[in-house]
Design a protein around this ligand. Structure first.
Ligand code: ACO
Length: 334
């Protein structure tokens, strides 16, 4: 009998500190009107002093573990998608493993904003091959740690956050199909140059601001509106489904104009495309599981629903997963 991977638990975490467009107006030459019309973002959350990516990941994963009705000892694989790890090593996954008391292999995957889909692919592959029974998959980033708050072209876009799911082996199909892609020739379009082996964190690197995110926004936009429909179609094809079968599309929350363009290109009705980019901005690898958790906890996902998750990011990377939702609707508190 074929073993499938199902999502049996979900959780997310946003830091408390809200950074509004009005506050950004005091930092750089920008306006609420510009940010809203070009990106759809009103506010984002940012990490507190002393808070690291592992803290966001740990909070999201502990909620996901509780929602699956299991304990940390039941998990036999932990994969964290992140491009803003706590440090070069140990991996953020190992830090989270220790904080939550897990006893399983743990590793990070760096595919920037596609990190959650890449991590999900690793978990699904491990479960379908019989190498794992319960995998914890996390997408977490504190990318504002690498943002230049004097650069108006990037500082208005990003926020921090994390989301996590528990994947379990089962007989019924949950994750139906996953499609991944990468094109390293586009690496220069979006990068943080310093801090690695090519450009160690020297005084010179800091003076030339190589420690911050740089981006060719127009080119990344053009890439995104092609990559998202293509990845979605590939994952649908792998699942034997079409766009018309989807109850929800949950795209990476980078920019409302990208989401709108993708809606049109895929021909999917607006009310089936989830967006909360206005409240969170681009949380990188945290984005897709945060959005999925918001969709779930707000009671808009029912068992049997077909959901496509799709991301794109630095690398360049992209990926999509088609899921038949199997978790019962959340119990509303009185
Ligand atoms: N406030 C005011 N003006 C601004 C701002 C700002 N925050 N940022 C740029 N501008 C100016 C520019 O300087 C330019 O001025 P100019 O015409 O005098 O030169 C003008 O606005 C237009 O700039 P564009 O870059 O053409 O604006 P555009 O409409 O393309 O929007 C944006 C820029 C929002 C960055 C868009 O290109 C975009 O969303 N790209 C995709 C970004 C993205 O999704 N990145 C995440 C990838 S995922 C990952 O892996 C991290």
């Amino acid at each position: 009998m074929t073993t499938h991977a199902q999502i049996t638990g979900i959780g997310s975490y946003l830091p408390q500190r809200v950074l509004t467009n009005a506050e950004l107006e005091t930092l750089v030459d920008t306006s609420d009107e510009w940010i809203l019309s070009r990106t759809g973002i009103r506010e984002r959350r940012i990490v507190a002093e002393g808070q690291a990516t592992s803290d966001l990941a740990t909070a999201a994963l502990s909620t996901a573990i509780a929602s699956a009705g299991i304990g940390p000892g039941d998990i036999d694989l932990l994969v964290v998608g992140t491009s803003s790890p706590d440090m070069i090593f140990p991996s953020t996954a190992c830090i989270v493993q220790d904080l939550l008391g897990l006893a399983c292999p743990a590793y990070d995957v760096n595919a920037a904003c596609s990190g959650f889909i890449y991590a999900l692919h690793a978990g699904v592959t491990a479960i379908e091959s019989g190498r794992a029974k319960r995998a914890a998959i996390v997408g977490a980033d504190a990318l504002t740690r690498h943002i230049d708050f004097t650069d108006r072209t990037t500082c208005v876009l990003f926020g921090d956050g994390a989301g996590a799911v528990i994947l379990e082996a089962g007989e019924n199909a949950g994750v139906l199909g996953v499609a991944l892609g990468a094109d390293g020739s586009g690496g220069d379009l979006l990068k943080v140059q310093a801090g690695g082996s090519a450009h160690p964190m020297t005084h010179e690197a800091l003076d030339t601001r190589k420690n911050f995110v740089t981006m060719n926004g127009n080119e990344v936009f053009r890439f995104a509106v092609k990559a998202i429909p293509r990845a979605t179609m590939e994952a649908l094809e792998a699942s034997g489904l079409t766009v018309a079968d989807l109850d929800w599309l949950v795209p990476h929350q980078a920019n409302q104009r990208i989401i709108q363009t993708v809606e049109q290109r895929l021909g999917i009705p607006h009310d089936r495309v989830f967006s909360h980019v206005d409240r969170v901005g681009n949380t990188s690898a945290g984005s897709i599981p945060l959005a999925l958790d918001d969709l779930y906890t707000s009671g808009r996902l029912s068992p049997g629903n077909l959901v496509a998750l799709v991301g794109f990011g630095a690398g360049l990377t992209w990926g999509a997963a088609v899921i038949r939702w199997t978790m019962a609707r959340p119990i509303k508190e009185a």
